[in-house]
Ligand binder design. Structure first.
Ligand code: VGL
Ligand code: ZN
Length: 201
């Protein structure tokens, strides 16, 4: 069975000191580097949140406060601080992440009108990113997922991997939740278990 590691959004803005820092995010990086060292993945995919400065998921672009929810083109949109703006330091991958074995990069969230938590498609299910085609082209049947944030991009990436028919595993030690509401991280795990994601310890 050919397998891929999908490393979700390990970018400066989601790490310590970043604009949308996920608590304890940096602690997953050595774990991910060890996975890369100890396993033979057929493909290693990085995803990168990659927003234009006028992206509508930013509270600042809607005259809203961070933490509010608006309706954006018919879907609920949580209001985030400005983050992962294309070409900025915050959008760069964390420098401690070993990128030697990376075979593919998926940039997402580029359309200012639609957010994209999943690495497979936008939140409106309007545009695919090409990740599914890439994995199928390379005969991948199993995906292992790590990265940030457990309760947003990691969760929706894992659920779409299941929908696409991949055997899907999440490394619990390779992910952290942003937990804008308490229990979001725990509920994300429940959602994934319910849909058939295997949680590896
Ligand atoms: C993410 C919020 C906004 C994530 C991206 O990577 O989980 N969360 N943009
Ligand atoms: Zn984002």
């Amino acid at each position: 069975m050919k397998k891929a590691l999908i490393i979700v959004d390990v970018q400066n803005d989601f790490c310590e000191g970043g604009a949308l820092a996920v608590p304890d995010a940096d602690s997953i990086i050595p774990y991910i580097n060890l996975l890369l060292e100890e396993n033979e993945y057929d493909q290693v995919v990085l995803t990168q949140d990659w927003h234009p400065a006028n992206h509508k998921s930013f509270a600042s672009n809607n005259g809203k406060n961070v933490g509010e929810t608006i309706s954006l083109n018919g879907v609920p949109q949580f209001m985030w601080p400005d983050h992962c703006v294309q070409g900025t330091f915050g959008a760069d991958f964390h420098s401690d992440l070993n990128r030697d074995k990376v075979t593919h990069i998926i940039q997402k969230g580029k359309n200012p009108e639609i957010d994209s938590y999943s690495a497979f498609q936008d939140n409106n299910h309007f545009m695919k990113t090409g990740l599914e085609d890439f994995l199928r082209y390379h005969d991948i049947q199993l995906v292992e997922i790590v990265g940030l944030a457990l309760d947003y991009c990691v969760k929706f990436t894992a659920l779409d991997a299941i929908n696409a028919g991949f055997v899907t595993c999440l490394h619990f030690n390779g992910t952290k939740a942003v937990n804008v509401k308490p229990e979001n991280g725990k509920n994300a795990i429940y959602d994934m278990l319910e849909r058939g994601v295997t949680i590896l310890g």
